[in-house]
Design a protein around this ligand. Structure first.
Ligand SMILES: C[S@@+](CC[C@H](N)C(=O)[O-])C[C@H]1O[C@@H](n2cnc3c(N)ncnc32)[C@H](O)[C@@H]1O
Length: 284
């Protein structure tokens, strides 16, 4: 019988089930292994029955994302399922165009909705500070279109995610911040203010918050196919081919999707290993 630990949650953030195998750049709790995915998944071939990642793939540059999916393929048993959840480019672009047409009338609420949709498209790729414009708007109690924003991003509107502050986390944060300040001092000495600003921006862009790409149902299915998966299909938030998936409550809060702006896609590692040879040389 499948154990939850045969399920892998990649880039789990602070949204994970403790019985699963969980991994993230930042360990938000003792059940999460701290690891940079760009180094490849630190697991044996064919170790898992399911691999899940939610709002992670878009944080990787396209080449890194394809490598990550290749690695998901490698660690899945034949017949295993990858479930990929990403911001839905098609839905966001459609909502942006709708908001643009509405905003033509100059109505204050419609203009605010259009501004939010522009942020949804661009802010997460271009921001230079954590949280960006989206966080600023979400934290403004006088924001007139809070209901619209909640309909777009769900419960995050009211509970912006925060990692638990354990002593270990505080310490590792202190070490990171001290090293960063030393590096900034060195770069400023050697390259002046522009060097310092470039270092700061590069440091932030490497820290995992920025979106580096977006996907729709066609482009995501294509990448999955290219790395060897078959049968890529779109699912609703509450449905999955992964045994018992919905019981872990990863993609919904109560009866609502946790991240309503999402595209949920699943694909299978073929049982027939000959068919899977279209995958990369990294596939075991
Ligand atoms: C938007 S959060 C999503 C978190 C969680 N999966 C969820 O659905 O709420 C993106 C996560 O990807 C992680 N991440 C981004 N780049 C990463 C990398 N190179 N290695 C490991 N994790 C990474 C971040 O640390 C963050 O926890």
């Amino acid at each position: 019988m499948t154990q939850p630990s045969d399920y892998l949650n990649v880039g789990c953030g602070n949204h994970y089930h403790p019985d699963w195998t969980n991994i993230d750049l930042v360990a938000s709790g003792p059940a999460v292994r701290q690891y940079d995915l760009r180094r490849g998944l630190p697991y044996e071939p064919k170790q898992f029955d399911a691999v899940y990642h939610s709002h992670v793939l878009e944080h990787l540059a396209p080449a890194d994302a394809a490598n990550m999916l290749r690695d998901c393929f490698r660690v899945l048993r034949p017949g295993g399922i990858v479930r990929v959840v990403v911001p839905n480019l098609e839905a966001i672009a459609t909502a942006y165009l709708d908001s643009l047409n509405q905003a033509d009338n100059g109505d204050e609420m419609d203009v605010a909705n259009h501004q939010w949709m522009t942020f949804e498209l661009l802010d997460q790729m271009t921001r230079q500070r954590s949280g960006g414009q989206m966080m600023r708007v979400m934290q403004d109690p006088n924001q007139i279109n809070r209901d619209f924003i909640r309909s777009r991003i769900g419960f995050e509107m009211d509970t912006p995610s925060k990692a638990k502050k354990t002593i270990r986390r505080r310490l590792s944060r202190l070490v990171r911040s001290t090293k960063k300040q030393l590096a900034i001092a060195a770069v400023t000495m050697l390259q002046g203010k522009s060097g310092r600003d470039a270092y700061r921006e590069g440091y932030f862009r490497q820290a995992g918050e920025i979106h580096r790409w977006m996907y729709d149902r066609v482009s995501l299915a294509r990448v999955l196919r290219e790395v060897g998966f078959e049968d890529a299909q779109v699912f609703p938030a509450s449905e999955s081919g992964i045994d018992g998936f919905d019981s872990f409550g990863l993609d919904r809060v109560g009866s609502s999707p946790r991240k309503p702006d999402s595209l949920y896609m699943e694909a299978t590692r073929p049982r027939d290993e000959v068919a899977s040879s279209v995958g990369s040389s990294r596939a075991a």
